[in-house]
Every structure is written in C-alpha cells, then in structure tokens.
Design a protein around this ligand. Structure first.
Ligand code: HXC
Length: 510
C-alpha cells in the first residue's frame, strides 16, 4: 500500500469534513459520494481528478484547498450502460464553483461528447465562488458553452438536490431534463435581491422551490419525494434514451402482446362531445405494460407528454388532455409539447400524437402573450421532426390545431381517427354563427335555427370520413384497435430516413 496515496484518498472522501457531512445529512440530504453510490451500478463509478485543488489565494481561500475542489466527476454504469456524471459537494465551500471545479466538469463533458454518452449533473451549490471573481464566471460560461454544443448530441439531465442559484441555473436550463427534490430551489436572483429591487418579500421555496418550477414556471420536468425518488426517475428516464444522436433507443421486450386490443377503449369517449375524459387512461391502455413516464406532469396540464414503449420500442407521446381546459392549446402547452417533440427528434424517438383538441385558447392574455409565436413553435417542431410520426385523432381536431398537431400535411407518416373524430375548421356552433349569420338573425327562433344548422354541419363535416376520403387520414379505426395499429405502423416505418437540405440551422420562433 502507498501510504501517501491512501491518506490522500481518505482525506478526499471526507470532502469538507465530517462535521459538514453531518450537517448535510441533518438537512435530509445525501453527500456527493452517497449520491454517486445511489445512482450508479454498484462499484462501477470511476472518479477523475480527485486531487485537483483551486489556485485562488485570496480572501482566505489559500487555507481552504480541499482535494477535489467541491465536485466529484467521472463515469460509471447505470443499468449496464455507460454514463458520465458530476456531483457537487456542498460540504466544500457550499459547492460553489470556481475555475478548477469548472475544469473538472468540462473535462468529463468533453469525454462524454467524444464517447457519445449521456451526462448527468447532480446540483447542490451556492453558485459562483465569490472569492474567485471573474474566474468563476468564466468557469460557468465554459460549462454553458459545452451544454449548448452537447445539446442534441448526447442526452443531458440535471438533478437539483439543493440550492441552484444565480448563473448556476443556466447549465441545468440548457440540459434536456431537470429533476428536483422537494427541498431544492432554483432562482436567478435570491430573496434578498428581490426585496431590494421589487420590495416583494418571498422565501426560497416560494421563489424557486420544486412546486414553483414543476407547476408554475415549467423550468423543472419532474419532482421527487426525496433524493432516492429522484434517482429512480433518472434511471427510468435514461432507459428510454439512446446514448447519443447516432444510436436508436434500446429496445426492451415488455412481454405485452402487440396485438392486444383493449375493449374498454371503445367506451372511453363520453356520450356528449363536450364532456371530458381522461387521456391518461387512453395512453395507459395502448402502451406496453400500461407503463407511461409523464414529463412535466404538473405544468400546462392541458397537454400530456411523456415516454412509453410500443412493441418494445421507446416512443414519445404528445396527447391533448380534455380534462384541463378541454385540451385546448395555449402558450404553455405549446412550449411544453414543442420542446418535448424536439428532444424526441434529436434522439431518434418516434412520436405518437393523440389528438382531441378544440383549437387554440382565445383571449387577450393569449394574444398579447404571443400565442402566435408559441403555437408556431409546436408547428415548427412537429414539422421539422424526421423521426417516425404517428397520429390518432380520438375526437376533435379543429382549425389550426388540426394542422399543428402532427397532421399528414406537416409530415406525419400515419394518421388514424376513431369513428367519432370531428375534423373541421371550427366547431359546428361557431361555424354556423359565421356562415349563417344572416339566416340565424332573421329567423323567428334563432336558437333553434342555429341548433338545426349546427346539427346539419356536424353530420356533414364533423366526422373523419371527409379527411379520410382525401387520404389525410390513412384509416378510421375502432378505438380498441389502436395499440396493434400503432405498433404495426411503427414497425413499417421504423427505419425511416429523411434528408433535409444542408443549412446552418433553422430559425424556430423561440
Ligand atoms: C463562496 C459560498 C458560496 C458562494 C455558500 N458558500 N455560497 N462560498 N461562494 N457563492 C459557503 C458559505 O460561505 C459557507 O462557508 C458554506 O458555503 C455553506 O454556506 P451556508 O450559507 O452556511 O449554508 P446555508 O445556510 O445552507 O445556505 C446556503 C445558501 C447560501 C442559501 C446557498 O450559502 C447562499 O445564499 N449563498 C450564496 C448564493 C448566491 O447568491 N449565489 C449566487 C452567486 S453569484 P463556511 O466556510 O462558513 O462553511 C452567481 C452568478 C454567476 O452565481 C453567474 C454565472 C454566469
């Protein structure tokens, strides 16, 4: 045994010291080392740069050179697949980031890119290491730059298990998914600054806690009960992804009969077209083993997005949720779905849209907030996606929302509708109010006239057969046939390849 090496290794394992590690545990948090142990397959993690220390000799930091400099970085296996990761050590100067710390993170980001391997960041940090001044800002920017260039090449996931403040938020923000524990928080400017500038009094949690970012801002995609719960979500999420953009997602045989038909789907739609139903139930009955990992579960709930498998192949599902705002498209739901579609497209994950949409949400708040721009993102995202794209219209597909939600016209490969599908420019009542305005107003009983005309319109236009007669819908199917039809369609198009003209990049209306 080499005594010097052994001592250094032991020192390193203590991070900022036993007392600080105890304080960390008393807050209900794991240490950086425990997190790595919990995430990676047992004994597979290999650490790099355990002996790195910072070079700052100001503000007393010359006496606080701790081996590893507050971050663990390396690689290991998760469910037998290679993954790179870094884990902030809050016990060392509050996990704050200086130049040496950043260099360690950048080193493994570069290795992950060369190898084509996902990268996981475990964030628990007080932000830029104040004593290091501009060097810590440089360190952050070095990381951001790499996040941007890794985007769409390797999956990047951030787990937030403590503070994530100031510039520290922008690396997670660029990564593909953010998972937060209930006690974590993220904000650009903290409560003190908020009070000074706006006179608002707000605590850490109300400003940037997990519920804020999972329900209001949409910054975070998942919330875990505790750190172990977050790591389970992380592992499940990774199971749907390929290691990089040149590979396909792993196929996992789920032993669920691809020809399984679910009779209950035939009665899932309520008798009235105005009544809601639970689209989650539809998803669950269609996908392998009823297993659906919902992304952004608590934000913009009028659209549901997430990962599942069909016949063993990972798919991304985008589904209107008639239970919230009748499943209408608004600013947040368009943003949510557009980003999800683009992630799936980056990583060769086929898309399945389940459509029941009355249109775009009307009103000044939406128009002034730029629904035109936000709706365009979703249109753009589906349209540019080259992965296999399947659509099932379960009930309504009205107006612009019909076009936007993975219609044949913007490149979907297979479009199906259930027999009750209503595909039209707008709902019968609104349509009749416009095209029969005069007849209705001059009628002796305008309400009856409107209802009669609307009924006639519904019979003539609000069905899937006109769209099917043009080939815009490839087939009208019984709801119970949805799973086998999707699986067989997916098989028939799985090797799809689309070449676009060479360009620097498109200009999505961000
Ligand atoms: C240096 C820091 C630090 C930081 C915490 N510490 N944050 N050291 N730089 N940014 C140190 C503390 O001095 C303390 O050291 C130890 O970490 C633990 O911190 P505590 O405050 O005792 O812990 P706690 O009470 O749990 O509070 C955690 C905290 C708080 C809420 C994160 O430390 C805090 O508010 N820190 C500053 C957060 C912040 O404003 N960050 C933004 C920086 S500017 P000792 O030696 O006592 O153990 C920024 C812009 C970057 O990030 C822009 C990039 C583009």
């Amino acid at each position: 045994m080499n005594f010097e090496l052994d001592k250094k290794r032991k020192d390193h394992l203590l991070g900022g010291g036993k007392e600080k590690q105890e304080q960390q545990r008393n807050k209900g948090k794991l240490t950086a080392f425990e997190r790595i142990d919990a995430i990676f397959d047992s004994g597979t993690f290999v650490e790099l740069d355990p002996f790195v220390v910072h070079e700052c000799n100001e503000f007393g930091l010359e006496n606080k050179k701790i081996l590893g400099d507050g971050v663990l970085a390396g690689y290991g296996m998760i469910d037998g697949r290679l993954v790179y990761s870094f884990s902030h050590d809050f016990t060392v100067l509050g996990g704050s980031l200086g130049l040496a710390f950043s260099s360690k993170v950048c080193k493994i980001m570069d290795l992950a890119m060369k190898q084509g391997t996902p990268i996981i960041g475990i964030n628990d940090s007080g932000g830029a290491r104040i004593q290091e001044g501009v060097r810590s800002l440089a360190g952050y920017a070095d990381i951001f730059h790499r996040n941007v260039h890794a985007s769409g090449v390797i999956p990047q996931i951030s787990v937030i298990v403590g503070p994530c403040a100031g510039g520290a938020v922008y690396s997670p923000a660029i990564t593909d998914f953010i998972i937060m524990t209930k006690s974590a928080y993220m904000f650009v400017t903290g409560p003190e600054v908020v009070k000074e500038v706006t006179e608002e009094k707000v605590n850490f949690n109300d400003l940037g806690g997990a519920s804020v970012h999972n329900e209001k801002s949409g910054v975070a995609h998942f919330v875990g009960e505790d750190e172990h719960d977050c790591f389970m979500i992380l592992r499940k999420l990774l199971s749907f992804f390929p290691s990089n953009n040149l590979e396909n997602p792993p196929r996992i045989e789920m032993e669920d009969d691809p020809n399984r038909q679910d009779q209950e789907l035939n009665s899932v739609l309520p008798s009235s077209p105005h009544k809601p139903y639970d689209m989650h139930e539809v998803i669950s009955k269609i996908v392998d083993n009823h297993d659906f990992l919902e992304v952004h579960k608590y934000w913009a709930k009028n659209i549901t997005v997430g990962f599942a498998r069909l016949g063993g192949n990972a798919v991304g599902i985008v589904a209107n949720n008639p239970q919230v705002l009748a499943g209408v498209l608004d600013i947040d739901s368009c943003d949510k779905a557009a980003r999800f579609v683009r992630f799936c497209d980056c990583f060769n994950i086929p898309l399945v849209a389940l459509v029941d949409v009355p249109g775009f949400l009307p009103g000044t708040s939406q128009e002034w907030g730029g629904i035109i721009r936000h709706g365009a993102k979703l249109l753009y995202a589906f349209s540019e996606a080259t992965v296999p794209k399947l659509t099932v219209i379960t009930r309504k597909a009205y107006g612009g929302a019909y076009c936007v939600l993975n219609s044949k016209h913007i490149g979907a490969d297979y479009n199906f509708a259930w027999p009750g599908g209503e595909i039209a420019v707008m709902g019968p009542e609104s349509a009749c109010n416009i095209i029969f305005k005069k007849e209705i107003s001059e009628s002796q009983d305008p309400d009856k006239k409107r209802n009669d005309l609307a009924e006639d319109y519904r019979i003539r236009f609000s069905n899937p057969y006109i769209a099917a007669s043009h080939g815009y819908i490839d087939d009208v199917i019984e709801p119970r046939e949805t799973r086998p039809r999707l699986i067989s369609s997916l098989k028939s198009i799985y090797k799809k390849r689309v070449q676009r003209p060479l360009r620097k990049h498109g200009n999505i209306p961000v």
